[in-house]
Design a protein around this ligand. Sequence first.
Ligand code: GDP
Length: 384
Amino acid sequence: IEPASDDVILAQMRRQAQVAIEKADVIVFLTDMRCGVTADDYEVASMLQKSGKPVILAVNKCDGIGEPPPEFYEFYNLGMGDPFPVSALHGHGSGDLLDEIFKYFPKEDTPEYDEEYIKVAVIGKPNVGKSSLINRIAGEERAIVSDIAGTTRDATDTIIENEDGKYVFIDTAGIRRKSKITEKIEHYSVLRAYMAVDRADVCVIVIDALVGFTDQDSKVAGYAHEQGKACIIVVNKWDAVEGKETNTMELQRRGYAECFSFMGYAPIIFISAQTGYNVNKLMQLIRDVDAQNGARVPTGVLNEMLARATAKVQPPSDKGKRLKVFYVTQISTRPPTFVCFVNQKALFHFSYQRYLENQIRAVFGLTGTPIRITIRQKGDKEDM
Ligand code: GDP
């Protein structure tokens, strides 16, 4: 695509590219490492971004073996996520590129919804109250409700629209189905929960207050975390907990926080699907964490934060050499993913990464979502 050209043939080609973009499920944007990032590349990138289709950025002519050269990292500036180094000549990188392309193949049998719908997976063990919760929300929110029988047999999608937003609740309640092979039920219910998580923006992990935390909860929550989904931990049946005192909730909250310490960002809320207690608050939380999962932080303010953070707590050093974080930029959302350019990866200790992550969270209010930080090292020549 030659974006700015009056040439008739080139204009024709551009139109053909436009048709291809419209018809595609996934787009590979091929750039040339030898030319570097050109003005046209930026034009094409913004054109592709407008298409709303998944775009994979491939950088061709990375002919050498091993780490790509420093100029490769310029391609991050296109804001299309991680670029894939490839060599059409030698075939390097084509496997990774194909794997990435494959990820975006349309999944058959799953209904698709517009971007404006917040897709919420309601997951948890049988009988914790997942169906009750969805019924309660559907009843309480003066909502338009419609059930779509999922073609993935047991999951049912419930669409809820109200003045605050549009939601699709993905229910995995079907897992209670009686089966002769009872020992397999647990296994299948976990698998089905994984499929629901894959389709969701927000994962609501429901726990029965009368039963408490189980291993299965941490398994499924861990999966949601790894997949970069916004998460909320919901302790249901709070109405049925006996002998509650003023600090019971706070004590329990601390207990659950410990069980889910690997996802400290996830809010914990106590509700009752039966009485409706805190259900409105849960809806608010769903909107909040969804917004945070999709948040985009401008590079300017991000680097102002970096300057303040590194001034406040000096980066670590080792054998006289100090970590320098040159630059940080957000490369994608869902979850918010940042790339830090540093002088030497090995100096970027986990504790300092944690510190920067917490700073990003605190400054930009990213509380309900996992965030990812990738580290890039500058080329050896600049490595001082
Ligand atoms: P699911 O298997 O997770 O979908 O659970 P259900 O929604 O079918 O609920 C299982 C049982 O828990 C039913 O008997 C519900 O009436 C009960 N239940 C659900 N939510 C609550 C709640 O908030 N409080 C109480 N006391 N019982 C509830």
